[in-house]
Design a protein around this ligand. Structure first.
Ligand code: RIB
Length: 292
Protein backbone atom coordinates (compact mmCIF):
# COMPACT_ATOMS: atom_id res chain seq x y z
CA UNK A 1 0.00 0.00 0.00
CA UNK A 2 1.30 3.45 -0.87
CA UNK A 3 0.20 6.98 -1.60
CA UNK A 4 1.05 8.75 -4.84
CA UNK A 5 0.42 12.46 -5.04
CA UNK A 6 0.31 14.58 -8.19
CA UNK A 7 0.66 17.81 -6.29
CA UNK A 8 1.70 21.44 -6.29
CA UNK A 9 4.89 22.55 -4.58
CA UNK A 10 4.92 26.17 -3.40
CA UNK A 11 7.18 28.46 -1.48
CA UNK A 12 4.88 30.30 0.93
CA UNK A 13 5.64 33.95 1.68
CA UNK A 14 3.64 34.68 4.81
CA UNK A 15 2.74 38.19 6.02
CA UNK A 16 1.12 38.57 9.45
CA UNK A 17 -1.37 41.45 9.52
CA UNK A 18 -3.71 42.95 12.10
CA UNK A 19 -6.42 42.64 9.46
CA UNK A 20 -6.61 41.79 5.77
CA UNK A 21 -6.42 44.82 3.43
CA UNK A 22 -9.53 46.05 1.61
CA UNK A 23 -9.33 46.90 -2.12
CA UNK A 24 -7.19 50.03 -2.58
CA UNK A 25 -5.76 49.87 0.95
CA UNK A 26 -2.03 49.59 1.80
CA UNK A 27 -1.07 48.01 5.10
CA UNK A 28 2.28 47.14 6.69
CA UNK A 29 2.75 43.57 7.88
CA UNK A 30 3.83 42.76 11.45
CA UNK A 31 6.10 39.91 10.39
CA UNK A 32 7.28 37.99 7.34
CA UNK A 33 8.40 34.39 6.94
CA UNK A 34 9.06 31.84 4.21
CA UNK A 35 8.10 28.18 4.37
CA UNK A 36 7.15 25.02 2.51
CA UNK A 37 3.65 25.04 1.05
CA UNK A 38 1.44 24.12 -1.85
CA UNK A 39 -1.64 22.01 -1.33
CA UNK A 40 0.13 19.05 -2.90
CA UNK A 41 3.37 19.28 -0.94
CA UNK A 42 1.39 19.81 2.27
CA UNK A 43 -0.68 16.67 1.62
CA UNK A 44 2.46 14.66 0.86
CA UNK A 45 4.11 15.82 4.08
CA UNK A 46 0.94 14.97 6.03
CA UNK A 47 0.67 11.49 4.51
CA UNK A 48 4.37 10.76 5.06
CA UNK A 49 4.34 12.07 8.65
CA UNK A 50 1.26 9.92 9.26
CA UNK A 51 3.43 6.96 8.29
CA UNK A 52 2.37 6.22 4.71
CA UNK A 53 4.85 5.35 1.98
CA UNK A 54 4.41 8.56 -0.05
CA UNK A 55 5.59 9.33 -3.59
CA UNK A 56 5.27 12.93 -4.77
CA UNK A 57 4.90 13.68 -8.50
CA UNK A 58 5.30 17.29 -9.55
CA UNK A 59 7.59 19.99 -10.83
CA UNK A 60 9.56 22.98 -9.61
CA UNK A 61 12.23 25.37 -10.89
CA UNK A 62 15.95 24.71 -10.89
CA UNK A 63 16.63 26.79 -7.76
CA UNK A 64 15.15 26.28 -4.27
CA UNK A 65 16.86 23.00 -3.37
CA UNK A 66 15.81 23.51 0.27
CA UNK A 67 12.22 22.74 -0.73
CA UNK A 68 13.19 19.28 -1.94
CA UNK A 69 15.31 18.70 1.15
CA UNK A 70 12.39 19.57 3.40
CA UNK A 71 10.06 17.17 1.57
CA UNK A 72 12.65 14.39 1.72
CA UNK A 73 13.33 15.07 5.41
CA UNK A 74 9.60 14.55 6.04
CA UNK A 75 9.86 11.09 4.50
CA UNK A 76 8.43 11.90 1.06
CA UNK A 77 9.90 10.08 -1.97
CA UNK A 78 10.96 12.96 -4.26
CA UNK A 79 12.14 10.88 -7.26
CA UNK A 80 9.03 11.93 -9.24
CA UNK A 81 9.68 15.68 -8.94
CA UNK A 82 11.07 17.25 -12.13
CA UNK A 83 13.25 20.40 -12.14
CA UNK A 84 12.20 22.65 -15.06
CA UNK A 85 14.75 25.07 -16.56
CA UNK A 86 12.21 27.60 -17.88
CA UNK A 87 9.83 27.77 -14.93
CA UNK A 88 10.00 29.20 -11.44
CA UNK A 89 8.95 27.17 -8.43
CA UNK A 90 5.31 27.87 -7.61
CA UNK A 91 4.82 30.34 -4.80
CA UNK A 92 2.10 31.79 -2.65
CA UNK A 93 1.59 35.18 -0.99
CA UNK A 94 -0.30 34.49 2.22
CA UNK A 95 -1.83 37.27 4.31
CA UNK A 96 -2.79 36.17 7.82
CA UNK A 97 -5.05 38.19 10.08
CA UNK A 98 -4.98 38.30 13.90
CA UNK A 99 -7.44 35.36 14.14
CA UNK A 100 -5.31 33.13 11.90
CA UNK A 101 -7.62 33.41 8.88
CA UNK A 102 -5.88 33.88 5.54
CA UNK A 103 -6.12 35.29 2.03
CA UNK A 104 -3.84 33.64 -0.53
CA UNK A 105 -2.55 34.49 -4.02
CA UNK A 106 -0.67 31.74 -5.84
CA UNK A 107 1.64 31.90 -8.82
CA UNK A 108 1.58 28.35 -10.27
CA UNK A 109 4.93 28.45 -12.13
CA UNK A 110 6.23 24.89 -12.63
CA UNK A 111 3.10 23.38 -11.02
CA UNK A 112 1.16 24.02 -14.23
CA UNK A 113 3.99 22.92 -16.57
CA UNK A 114 4.09 19.22 -15.65
CA UNK A 115 4.65 16.84 -18.58
CA UNK A 116 1.26 15.10 -18.69
CA UNK A 117 2.43 12.49 -21.18
CA UNK A 118 4.92 11.18 -18.59
CA UNK A 119 2.29 10.67 -15.87
CA UNK A 120 1.07 7.16 -16.86
CA UNK A 121 4.70 5.94 -16.76
CA UNK A 122 5.34 7.72 -13.47
CA UNK A 123 2.37 5.82 -12.01
CA UNK A 124 3.20 2.48 -13.62
CA UNK A 125 4.20 0.95 -10.27
CA UNK A 126 0.86 1.75 -8.64
CA UNK A 127 -0.92 -1.24 -7.12
CA UNK A 128 -4.72 -1.64 -6.84
CA UNK A 129 -4.40 -1.12 -3.08
CA UNK A 130 -2.66 2.27 -3.57
CA UNK A 131 -4.15 5.76 -3.44
CA UNK A 132 -3.62 8.75 -5.73
CA UNK A 133 -4.05 12.25 -4.28
CA UNK A 134 -4.76 15.18 -6.61
CA UNK A 135 -5.62 18.82 -5.97
CA UNK A 136 -6.45 21.67 -8.33
CA UNK A 137 -3.07 23.45 -8.38
CA UNK A 138 -1.38 21.39 -11.12
CA UNK A 139 -2.09 20.42 -14.70
CA UNK A 140 -2.39 16.73 -15.60
CA UNK A 141 -5.14 15.91 -13.10
CA UNK A 142 -7.31 13.86 -15.46
CA UNK A 143 -4.34 12.03 -17.05
CA UNK A 144 -3.09 10.97 -13.62
CA UNK A 145 -6.54 9.99 -12.33
CA UNK A 146 -7.20 7.90 -15.43
CA UNK A 147 -3.88 6.10 -15.05
CA UNK A 148 -4.57 5.37 -11.38
CA UNK A 149 -8.11 4.08 -11.99
CA UNK A 150 -6.81 1.87 -14.82
CA UNK A 151 -4.63 0.23 -12.18
CA UNK A 152 -7.61 -0.18 -9.86
CA UNK A 153 -6.35 2.36 -7.32
CA UNK A 154 -8.36 4.77 -5.17
CA UNK A 155 -8.33 8.44 -6.31
CA UNK A 156 -8.92 11.22 -3.76
CA UNK A 157 -9.45 14.60 -5.38
CA UNK A 158 -9.30 17.78 -3.30
CA UNK A 159 -11.40 20.35 -5.16
CA UNK A 160 -9.18 23.24 -4.06
CA UNK A 161 -8.76 25.94 -5.15
CA UNK A 162 -12.33 25.37 -6.33
CA UNK A 163 -13.04 25.48 -10.06
CA UNK A 164 -16.28 23.96 -11.28
CA UNK A 165 -14.96 22.96 -14.71
CA UNK A 166 -11.89 21.28 -13.22
CA UNK A 167 -14.10 19.43 -10.71
CA UNK A 168 -16.49 18.31 -13.45
CA UNK A 169 -13.60 16.98 -15.55
CA UNK A 170 -12.16 14.88 -12.73
CA UNK A 171 -15.43 13.61 -11.20
CA UNK A 172 -15.78 10.55 -13.49
CA UNK A 173 -12.28 9.44 -12.46
CA UNK A 174 -12.40 10.17 -8.72
CA UNK A 175 -13.29 7.79 -5.90
CA UNK A 176 -13.48 10.33 -3.07
CA UNK A 177 -14.05 14.05 -3.40
CA UNK A 178 -12.55 16.16 -0.58
CA UNK A 179 -13.76 19.73 -0.02
CA UNK A 180 -14.29 22.34 2.63
CA UNK A 181 -17.82 23.56 3.31
CA UNK A 182 -17.51 26.56 0.96
CA UNK A 183 -16.21 24.42 -1.88
CA UNK A 184 -19.00 21.89 -1.28
CA UNK A 185 -21.62 24.66 -1.53
CA UNK A 186 -20.15 25.79 -4.86
CA UNK A 187 -20.06 22.23 -6.19
CA UNK A 188 -23.64 21.40 -5.18
CA UNK A 189 -24.87 24.67 -6.74
CA UNK A 190 -22.97 24.10 -9.99
CA UNK A 191 -23.53 20.34 -10.23
CA UNK A 192 -27.02 19.52 -8.92
CA UNK A 193 -27.97 15.86 -8.72
CA UNK A 194 -25.98 12.71 -8.06
CA UNK A 195 -22.20 12.80 -7.98
CA UNK A 196 -20.39 9.86 -9.64
CA UNK A 197 -18.02 9.23 -6.71
CA UNK A 198 -18.07 6.71 -3.87
CA UNK A 199 -17.57 9.21 -1.07
CA UNK A 200 -17.54 12.86 -0.06
CA UNK A 201 -15.18 14.20 2.60
CA UNK A 202 -16.30 17.64 3.80
CA UNK A 203 -14.26 19.61 6.33
CA UNK A 204 -16.04 22.39 8.21
CA UNK A 205 -13.36 24.01 10.36
CA UNK A 206 -14.47 24.40 13.96
CA UNK A 207 -17.69 22.50 13.15
CA UNK A 208 -15.77 19.34 12.41
CA UNK A 209 -15.85 17.12 9.37
CA UNK A 210 -18.07 14.52 7.78
CA UNK A 211 -17.76 11.65 5.37
CA UNK A 212 -20.71 10.65 3.22
CA UNK A 213 -20.60 7.17 1.70
CA UNK A 214 -22.61 7.72 -1.45
CA UNK A 215 -22.81 3.99 -2.18
CA UNK A 216 -24.67 3.19 1.08
CA UNK A 217 -26.04 6.58 2.11
CA UNK A 218 -24.25 6.39 5.48
CA UNK A 219 -22.70 9.58 6.94
CA UNK A 220 -20.15 9.87 9.74
CA UNK A 221 -19.53 13.12 11.60
CA UNK A 222 -16.36 13.97 13.50
CA UNK A 223 -16.50 16.99 15.85
CA UNK A 224 -13.49 19.31 15.76
CA UNK A 225 -11.07 19.15 18.70
CA UNK A 226 -11.20 22.51 20.51
CA UNK A 227 -7.92 24.44 20.09
CA UNK A 228 -6.83 28.07 19.88
CA UNK A 229 -5.93 28.64 16.21
CA UNK A 230 -2.97 30.82 15.21
CA UNK A 231 -2.79 29.87 11.52
CA UNK A 232 -5.36 27.85 9.55
CA UNK A 233 -3.17 27.65 6.40
CA UNK A 234 -2.78 24.02 5.30
CA UNK A 235 -5.29 22.63 7.81
CA UNK A 236 -7.40 21.11 5.01
CA UNK A 237 -4.28 19.64 3.39
CA UNK A 238 -3.23 18.13 6.72
CA UNK A 239 -6.70 16.61 7.09
CA UNK A 240 -6.68 15.16 3.57
CA UNK A 241 -3.16 13.72 3.84
CA UNK A 242 -3.80 12.11 7.22
CA UNK A 243 -7.22 10.81 6.12
CA UNK A 244 -5.67 9.19 3.03
CA UNK A 245 -2.85 7.69 5.09
CA UNK A 246 -5.33 6.23 7.57
CA UNK A 247 -7.37 4.58 4.79
CA UNK A 248 -4.12 3.38 3.24
CA UNK A 249 -3.22 1.55 6.45
CA UNK A 250 -6.66 -0.06 6.57
CA UNK A 251 -8.38 2.12 9.18
CA UNK A 252 -12.16 2.49 8.90
CA UNK A 253 -13.83 5.84 8.18
CA UNK A 254 -14.52 6.90 11.82
CA UNK A 255 -10.91 6.16 12.81
CA UNK A 256 -9.57 7.98 9.74
CA UNK A 257 -11.76 11.01 10.49
CA UNK A 258 -10.60 11.11 14.13
CA UNK A 259 -6.91 10.83 13.25
CA UNK A 260 -7.15 13.47 10.50
CA UNK A 261 -9.14 15.80 12.70
CA UNK A 262 -6.53 15.60 15.46
CA UNK A 263 -3.71 16.28 12.98
CA UNK A 264 -5.53 19.33 11.59
CA UNK A 265 -6.26 20.58 15.13
CA UNK A 266 -2.57 20.50 16.01
CA UNK A 267 -1.62 22.14 12.71
CA UNK A 268 -3.81 25.22 13.31
CA UNK A 269 -2.04 25.87 16.62
CA UNK A 270 1.26 26.31 14.73
CA UNK A 271 2.39 28.95 12.23
CA UNK A 272 3.19 27.79 8.69
CA UNK A 273 1.85 25.18 6.30
CA UNK A 274 3.98 22.14 5.36
CA UNK A 275 6.51 22.82 8.10
CA UNK A 276 3.77 22.91 10.76
CA UNK A 277 2.19 19.51 10.06
CA UNK A 278 2.51 17.22 13.09
CA UNK A 279 4.14 13.80 13.15
CA UNK A 280 2.12 10.66 13.83
CA UNK A 281 3.64 10.44 17.31
CA UNK A 282 2.46 13.99 18.08
CA UNK A 283 -1.05 13.18 16.81
CA UNK A 284 -1.27 9.95 18.83
CA UNK A 285 -0.08 11.79 21.97
CA UNK A 286 -2.73 14.49 21.37
CA UNK A 287 -5.45 11.85 20.96
CA UNK A 288 -4.34 10.06 24.11
CA UNK A 289 -5.01 13.30 26.05
CA UNK A 290 -8.59 13.64 24.72
CA UNK A 291 -11.63 12.46 26.65
CA UNK A 292 -13.18 9.34 25.03
O1 RIB B 1 -3.72 25.03 1.40
C1 RIB B 1 -2.69 25.88 1.78
C2 RIB B 1 -1.75 26.12 0.63
O2 RIB B 1 -2.43 26.79 -0.41
C3 RIB B 1 -0.58 27.01 0.97
O3 RIB B 1 0.51 26.30 1.49
C4 RIB B 1 -0.30 27.73 -0.34
O4 RIB B 1 0.90 27.37 -0.93
C5 RIB B 1 -1.49 27.41 -1.24
O5 RIB B 1 -1.20 26.48 -2.22
Amino acid sequence: MAIWNLGSINIDHVYRMDSLPSPGETLASRSYSIGLGGKGANQSVAAARAGASTHHLGAMGRADGWVLERLADSGVDIAGIRRLADEVTGHALILLDAEGENAIVIHPGANRAIDETALPDALSNMAPSDTLLIQNETNGQVAAARAARTRGARVIYSAAPFDLEAARAILPHATILAMNAGEARQLFAGHPGDLPVAGLLITMGSEGAEYRDLTTGQTWHQPAFPVDPVDTTGAGDTFAGYFAAALDEGRDIPAALRLASAAAAIKVTRPGAGDAIPTRAEVEAFLARQPI
